[in-house]
Design a protein around this ligand. Structure first.
Ligand code: DGJ
Length: 715
């Protein structure tokens, strides 16, 4: 067991994976950050003290007299005029706390700081941890020690970043175009990304990154914050112009949403802070952290066949059985029946809440399909949207009081639906019972858990979010092995809060591979590939109308949890054979793809994007032509992330086509290069047409007897 030690009145250094967090606890005030960034190595007490002294800013006329230093939860009394660390009051009073630390205990890389302020009658706990992968995890609890109510408006802990972090990057987006990067200077003021949609949001920041100017995937110091919460939330970067740049996050509370009665506490969502050299190293810290969780999916991620874009609401047993059979023949391992199976749900405006199998479409229940799916050796997954209700459903008619609303009138409908008040125990129990009954009856192993609208005029988003988490937990506890996919009109619920309760995220409703390259590239800034659903789409995208070859669609889906979402009955024999080959390729590489280190690179002049997953022995890279190149032939492609001292053989995995034009020599005769050569000198690739991709394997060790010419066939 880790020994705990009392570290009050000391400078504390937490170290992990090349990162250090050094906190000054020598005063009786809240801890201030001496350093968050690269680990200087173990420091003795004298050096830590000297470091903390050297971090104190000089006096500046017109600021408060005396040294100015702000804590993790900045308070007004230290001369802090930025986003207040704690906002709240007792009917307008007690809004400016001055906390005094009562205890500070270190257990390994965890530090728990307890503080109180008698004048505002508040207690505070800061739980700070440096994880094994070097992320700072921070959680704040506020306790009402007074005799009257205390209203919490915002809890806003921050970590400071140095002034060389002069550029910001975060993500934005919309439905079917989630997680698009945006960059800009770190100017004075607050760059606030606030989500008030009652869910994470298609437009969520996901990460707010501050870095040295020009930082990229492979290099450049970056500091980042993520708010692990699936309800209303805020994530921001603030530059005060008075020597402080901070990154912060927290829940975005509705007015009066959290009112603490005497003795009650509020616990903020966890914040994750990452420091790294380059965005790839930052991503790898998040990935490693998620992979180290005891409940991280360990078994190979099965090939999913989701039938949504094949049948939509048209549930015809014969067609679904054919899809299941064709899927099984080409290597599908899990069959997922999407929206449309329950009571009267033959369109998007009805049925939600009535979680009974529709007797008209399914006179024998789902059994004929489920039995066949299982007979074919696949597991069965089913779509639910547990937090929603259609206004004309039986449930809504029987229990109008379960519809979440702020006034007698309903909020505006969105996607023809309303939100069920899951924080109402009766509504919660009803949904739990119905879902449990269906899961038990059909032996459902996988839930696609959808959430298709923003919450409007919805009181109690905090409670609603916690209730959704609890519903997931209760189902997982009742059905061991049950996996849950977090979907929300595509990728509107992608955060580390939901991933504590689910097993993967659906990145977007858009499965056009050109769009998916961007969406998956940036979703993977936070989330490892095995937790991101990526499906091979139809040749003509249903969301964009663009047409792409199968190789581009399949290669794009490989860099995710691979699956299919197209009408297999519409494929000719050649396409079916090629699809089976891509499935085999996924199976061959999935252990690598789902455990290795992600590397990404841009080649702006040619519009080529490199995405790779690397281990010292083996790497798989995709090169995607995102647009027509400015120059032909394109220059050499370099392959980052390999062991520089090792020798590797490079070969094209696919596509195996003769329209690739004149072939560079390495394609036809085996060539070996050191990792250093591949990373710095690189090789020419065949010419790529716009909106196509190629897949390249780089394998280390003694020269293998692999066939020199690329082949699509599985081993
Ligand atoms: C939105 C999801 O993202 C889709 O994949 C599909 O499940 C539909 N909802 C069903 O209504």
């Amino acid at each position: 067991m880790t020994k705990s030690s009392d570290v009050a009145r000391r400078v504390v250094q937490l170290r992990s994976a090349g990162v250090a967090l050094i906190l000054d606890l020598r005063s009786d005030g809240l801890p201030t950050v001496v350093h968050w960034g690269a680990d200087p190595g173990p420091c003795d007490r004298a050096e830590l003290d000297a470091m903390a002294d050297a971090a104190v800013p000089p006096h500046v006329i017109n600021l408060i007299d005396g040294p100015v230093s702000h804590s993790l939860l900045p308070e007004n009394h230290t001369g802090w005029f930025g986003v207040p660390g704690l906002s709240g009051s007792r009917s307008g009073a007690a809004w400016a706390p001055r906390f005094t630390v009562s205890a500070a205990v270190q257990e390994g890389r965890r530090l728990t700081v307890d503080a109180a302020d008698p004048s505002t009658a508040l207690g505070l706990r800061l739980a700070i941890e440096l994880t094994g992968s070097g992320l700072v995890r921070l959680r704040t609890s506020v306790r009402n020690d007074g005799d009257d109510d205390y209203r919490v408006d915002a809890v806003s802990p921050v970590l400071p970043v140095p002034d060389r972090a002069a550029e910001l990057l975060d993500l934005a987006g919309r439905w079917s175009r989630e997680r698009q990067p945006q960059r800009g200077p770190f100017n004075i003021g607050v760059h606030l990304r606030e989500g008030r949609r009652g869910r994470t949001g298609a437009d969520a920041a996901t990460v707010v990154v501050a870095g040295v100017p020009g930082f990229g995937f492979r290099s450049g110091e970056v500091w980042a914050v993520h708010t692990a919460w699936s309800g209303n939330h805020r994530t921001w970067a603030e530059h005060t112009g008075e020597g402080f740049r901070t990154l912060g996050g927290g829940e975005s509370l509705q007015p009066g949403e959290i009112t603490l009665r005497p003795g009650e506490s509020y616990r903020s969502p966890e914040l994750y802070y990452g420091y790294a050299d380059g965005l790839d190293e930052l991503a790898s810290r998040f990935h490693r952290h998620l992979r180290e969780r005891p409940h991280h999916p360990g078994a190979p991620r099965p090939v999913n066949l989701n039938v949504w874009e094949a049948v939509y609401f048209d549930h015809d047993l014969g067609k679904l059985l054919t899809l299941a059979e064709r899927g099984a023949e080409i290597g599908v391992e899990r069959f997922v029946l999407d929206d449309g199976w329950f009571h009267r749900r033959n369109g998007p405006d009805r049925g939600l809440g009535d979680w009974f199998v529709d007797e008209q479409s399914w006179p024998g229940g789902l059994h004929p399909l489920v039995d066949r799916v299982k007979e074919l050796g696949m597991t069965f997954g089913l779509w639910f949207e547990p937090e929603m209700v259609s206004p004309r459903s039986k449930l809504a008619v029987a229990h109008p009081e379960w519809i979440l609303r702020a006034r007698p009138q309903l909020p505006p409908a969105s996607r023809w639906q309303q939100v069920l008040d899951l924080a109402d125990p009766a509504a919660f129990d009803h949904v739990l019972a119905r879902m449990s009954a269906v899961i038990a009856e059909y032996g459902v192993g996988y839930l696609k858990w959808d959430h298709n609208r923003d919450l409007i005029e919805a009181p109690g988003v905090h409670r609603q979010t916690l209730a959704a988490y609890r519903l997931m937990d209760e189902l997982r506890a009742a059905f061991p092995g049950l996996e849950i996919e977090s979907c929300s009109s595509g990728g509107a619920r992608v955060d580390l809060g939901i991933l504590e309760h689910t097993d993967r995220v659906w990145a977007s409703d858009c499965i056009d591979p050109l769009e998916r390259q961007t969406i998956q590239r940036w979703t993977s800034q936070l989330i490892p590939l095995e937790l991101i659903g990526g499906h091979v789409a139809s040749g003509v995208s249903h969301t964009t109308g663009r047409r792409h070859d199968l190789a581009f669609r399949a290669i794009t889906s490989l860099f995710a949890h691979f699956g299919l979402e197209l009408d297999l009955t519409g494929l000719d024999d050649a396409e079916t054979t090629e699809l089976a080959e891509w499935i085999a390729i996924y199976k061959r590489y999935r252990a690598l793809l789902h455990s290795g280190t992600l590397v990404r690179d841009d080649h702006p002049g040619t519009g080529r994007w490199l995405t790779g997953v690397v281990t010292p022995e083996l790497a798989l890279y995709s090169v995607a032509a995102m647009r027509r190149s400015d120059e032909e032939p394109a220059g050499r492609m370099t392959f980052p992330g390999l062991d520089p001292a090792r020798h590797y053989e490079i070969r094209l995995v696919g596509p195996n086509r003769d329209d690739l034009g004149p072939r560079p020599g390495w394609l036809d005769s085996p060539a070996r290069f050191s990792g250093a050569t591949l990373a710095t000198v690189g090789v020419r690739l065949p010419t790529l047409r716009p909106e196509t991709a190629m897949l390249i394997e780089v394998s280390g060790g003694p020269s293998s007897n692999r066939p020199p010419v690329s082949t699509l066939s599985a081993e």
